[in-house]
Design a protein around this ligand. Structure first.
Ligand code: NG6
Ligand code: CA
Length: 508
């Protein structure tokens, strides 16, 4: 039995706690209402339409991506701008079609910055509205002016493109330099062991994957036989920088922790984070705790790992009380590939899994699987969960996000689809130009037209049909999602209409 004094005292404490709690809650709600929403783009590398549970994968389980898809808007007609990485990333950030820039191709690690420093970008637009901006993960749109000295400050780069904070790999996991760069400086660089990089020739005395083939941790299938780092042969030659080299198996954790730290450091101001995952691009190097988890070999395991990272990242947003004030966008830069240059069992252990879902082609392809990808928007308390078949593209994010944050900045190719991304409208893009390895195709309504392209119909090394045909191809995706029936000769008037509109958009 409590005496009067004790219960009075406890009551007082309860009142104090409650009022403190209530005030806090009111204060933080008020703060959130006034505050512009945080924006996070989680961008996977080579994740296919069929690699995600919510998009039909049954073999491979992706519970965290599914949580975003089922709790947000899941787009079934969401596109990247290109079927390869650098062009898609360029278009995502600039809101400009990559085929307008002749340099927007898969870049070597030594390529100069692809985005001109006076070009508008998502982070630059957001900075005009008071945002702090950060990128963690894969960059792959060039650095410097073409003559980068990796041993001094590297610029122009993320900073000049609009990112206040950056923790990146320069190109891809399979390309040198195999080091992290934080705010323009190589992490853990030892000045006594300077880094030299070449994509032309080896450095005297350095071993390569070609010579040391029998000593490799992961053997190369095509390409990827230059410098060996951590037993994995790469594209390009590298000398020095021993202490700075990344540990491939730790890369997922490294990027995750930097992303979480970024959120914690900037939770009191509106922020934009571009979290560019490296999975499931080659070389696929899951942390040991994910090895064997998918049953599909390393490709499946790194997707499970990426899914876990996404879950942990969302947990951080939640713990920091930011989930209801953050728009999360999840997508991928291009379609899937199994064998992309290493013997890593991706083909052998794929089993019944269909990385492209019901779509034709894959990475490098003008067929649907090259650019139609998982595309999810999630905003707890703001987006009512749903599925949308509206035709949307990553190229529209610049103008759409501008709308969201109260900016009128736009670029010619990028249109406002914010209501669609928030699930309030089902309006489709009028049309969309798709690109793959410097070739283009045209989508309008349910039709897709692929102009004649010479060259092999299939890239044999990766075993992907890339859409080349000497004749015009026309597909009706409403009845033929898998692009099996070319109806160009049956529907000449539709073909002509598409040709004219396409010529108008791509001219000059
Ligand atoms: C190709 C590589 C491939 C991958 C791709 C870029 C060879 C033979 N193949 O040239 O492995 O690195 O470039 O992928 O070198 S992307 O997702 O960054 O576009
Ligand atoms: Ca990619």
């Amino acid at each position: 039995i409590l005496n009067f004094r004790t219960s009075y005292f406890l009551g007082l404490i309860a009142i104090l706690l409650c009022s403190a709690g209530c005030n806090d809650k009111n204060a933080s709600t008020a703060k959130k209402e006034n505050r512009k929403p945080n924006i996070v783009i989680i961008y996977a590398d080579d994740l296919g339409y069929g690699d995600v549970g919510a998009y039909g994968s049954t073999v491979l389980k992706t519970p965290n991506m599914d949580m975003l898809a089922n709790g947000g808007m899941r787009f079934t007609n969401g596109y990247a701008s290109s079927a390869t990485c650098s062009p898609s990333r360029y278009a995502l950030l600039t809101g400009s079609y990559p085929w307008r820039n002749k340099n927007a191709k898969i870049l070597p690690g030594t390529a100069p910055l692809l985005i001109s420093t006076d070009q508008m970008t998502i982070p630059k637009m957001l900075k005009t509205q008071g945002y702090h901006t950060g990128i963690v993960g894969k960059w792959h749109i060039g650095l410097g002016d073409g003559k980068v000295d990796w041993n001094s400050h590297i610029s122009p780069g993320p900073k000049e493109v609009g990112f206040d904070y950056s923790y990146i790999m320069a190109a891809t996991q399979d390309r040198v330099p195999t080091v992290y760069i934080e705010n323009g400086d190589v992490v853990r660089l030892d000045p006594n062991d300077p880094i030299e990089i070449s994509y032309k020739e080896n450095f005297p005395g350095e071993r390569t994957g070609k010579e040391d083939r029998d000593q490799l941790k992961m053997d190369w299938h095509h390409g990827h036989n230059n410098s060996v780092v951590n037993g994995i042969p790469r594209i390009g030659f590298m000398k020095g920088g021993e202490k700075a080299k990344w540990v491939d198996e730790n890369m997922a954790d490294t990027f995750l922790v930097r992303s979480q730290n970024y959120v914690k450091a900037h939770k009191d101001e509106p922020f934009f984070l571009y979290y560019a995952l490296q999975q499931p691009h080659v070389p696929r190097t899951p942390h040991p705790r994910f090895v064997g988890k998918s049953g599909l070999g390393p490709r499946g395991d790194v997707i499970v790992e990426a899914d876990w990272c996404i879950g942990e990242f969302i947990k951080t947003l939640k713990e920091e009380g930011l989930l209801e004030n953050t728009l999360v966008i999840l997508s991928s830069d291009n379609g899937p590939v199994l064998n992309d240059g290493y013997y890593d069992d991706a083909v052998e252990k794929n089993g019944e899994h269909t990385p492209s879902g019901k779509l034709r082609g894959g990475k490098y392809s003008l067929f649907e699987a090259g650019t139609r990808l998982p595309f999810i928007t999630y905003f707890e308390g703001t987006i009512k969960p749903g599925v949308s078949n509206a035709l949307v593209s990553q190229i529209d994010l610049l103008t759409s996000l501008a709308k969201l944050v109260g900016s009128d900045i736009t670029t010619p190719d990028s249109q406002d689809f914010m209501d669609v991304f928030l699930g309030k409208s089902n309006k489709s893009r009028k049309n969309l130009v798709l690109e793959a390895t410097s070739r283009v195709a045209f989508r309008k309504g349910n039709y897709v037209m692929i102009p004649p392209h010479n060259g092999a119909a299939k890239i044999k090394s990766v075993n992907i049909e890339i859409g080349n045909d000497p004749e015009f191809q026309l597909y009706d995706l409403s009845t033929d999602l898998g692009q099996q029936n070319n109806i160009a000769s049956e529907k000449p008037e539709i073909l002509e209409g598409l040709k004219m509109e396409f010529a108008e958009i791509t001219k000059g």
